[in-house]
Design a protein around this ligand. Structure first.
Ligand SMILES: [Zn+2]
Length: 392
């Protein structure tokens, strides 16, 4: 659907169920599937086998319709992948780092490491996806025509025709100029190029995105009221997604602009209470968690930072083992994903938090622990800054 930059993604919600499985790595890009896709795959197969193919290709055996359904939904996944991969390959040409592609219930999301560097890069990157989908649609249409009228090949023709149709729909839907759909990104790039003001361009494009989302929600409600419940729910949820994404992308840009250039050390809580690795989980819970009410504690042994521990790690041990298991046995070890230097740009720290869904960071100076910072700290400071200096 669209490349997203740094929006701190909700753990659950309309984007998907949160869990992902890694499928493969193509051109060095990690391809992941959201769990919601398993459900969607079943739903699409069922819809194709019972509702879509039978009236268009009558007289085939029931099992044949199911095979066509399975091939159709697999083809849909491949089509979405082709769309996202073409975004990614163009992004790579402009040296924007790509983390990976995740296929969600509504399509794919390419995770870019940074925002596009120029209007031209943004335009070409956004256009690449729909261009690939439309091209695939046209080619598959030719293939379907070429298959010929033979009865034995009727199922194959049916599947190819369906995939041609779905690719064209994918291309057209994503070209709607509603940010953050691809068309909206192209619109934003054009406005950015014409006026030279990324902020105003994003605001304008996000506004069209919000309006388009509201329109889809209204369409969904209309369909539900008039009895087309499944189709109605579908459009309603897509509308919600577009509206949320439009708002989120705009807020994300404001956040970036406000935080950029400020070191993360300015947002941290200084001298956090550290825990030694040798104490038991029982003591940790009684003496630290229940007394201080923090949800994250750095683990330090004789001045050396080892990692951190919080309630999530504690839950991994059974309650009766709390006296036996130590903090050192459950701690989350240090990594580039949970530990940053105090000089790191706050906008980059926000990107890191959203990419890893890890909303707490340990902050060090020359390898020594100096503080901790949470997403909540950043957001609170952000809203204060916007309140006191709205023009920034
Ligand atoms: Zn796209």
């Amino acid at each position: 659907m669209q490349p997203t930059g740094t929006l701190p993604r909700p753990q659950t919600g309309v984007l998907g169920f949160g869990g992902r499985i890694t499928l493969c790595t193509l051109f060095g890009i990690r391809i992941q599937l959201d769990w919601s896709w398993i459900l969607l795959g079943v739903l699409v197969t069922w819809t194709l086998a019972t509702g879509f193919f039978p009236p268009r290709h009558p007289g085939l055996a029931p099992a044949t319709y199911w095979w066509m359904g399975v091939l159709g939904s697999l083809g849909l996944v491949v089509s979405l992948l082709a769309h996202e991969l073409s975004h990614c390959l163009v992004a790579r040409r402009f040296r924007i780092p790509i983390r990976g592609i995740t296929l969600f219930i509504f399509g794919g999301v390419a995770e870019l490491g940074e925002e596009p560097p120029s209007a031209k890069a943004e335009f070409l990157m956004a256009a690449a996806g729909p261009a690939m989908s439309l091209a695939l649609g046209v080619v598959l249409d030719q293939v379907a025509t070429g298959i010929g009228p033979s009865d034995a090949l009727e199922p194959a023709r049916g599947v190819v025709e369906y995939l041609s149709l779905i690719n064209i729909m994918l291309g057209v839907f994503n070209l709607v100029p509603a940010f953050p759909l691809d068309g909206g990104r192209m619109l934003r790039a054009l406005l950015w190029w014409l006026r030279g003001d990324l902020h105003a361009a994003t605001r304008r494009a996000a506004m069209t995105g919000g309006m388009f989302g509201a329109l889809l929600i209204a369409l969904g409600l209309f369909l539900i009221v008039t009895g087309q419940v499944i189709g109605g729910i579908w459009w309603f949820v897509i509308g919600l997604f577009v509206r949320n994404a439009a708002h989120g992308s705009y807020m994300q840009m404001i956040a970036r602009e406000t935080l950029a250039g400020i070191p993360i050390g300015r947002f941290m809580t200084l001298d956090p209470v550290a825990v030694p690795p040798s104490i038991s989980i029982r003591r940790f819970v009684d003496d630290y968690v229940y007394r201080l009410h923090f949800d994250m504690f750095p683990v330090v042994e004789r001045g050396t930072l080892l990692g951190w521990i919080g309630t999530r790690q504690v839950k991994r041990a059974a309650h009766e083992d709390w006296d036996r298991v130590t903090v050192g046995g459950l701690l989350e070890p240090l990594s580039d994903d949970n530990c940053v230097d105090a000089g790191l740009d706050a906008a980059r720290a926000l990107t890191l938090m959203s990419r890893t869904a890890n909303h707490r960071l340990l902050v060090t100076e020359r390898g020594r622990l100096v503080g901790v910072v949470t997403l909540a700290d950043l957001v609170r400071s952000l809203s204060l800054r916007l309140e006191l200096e709205p023009g920034r």
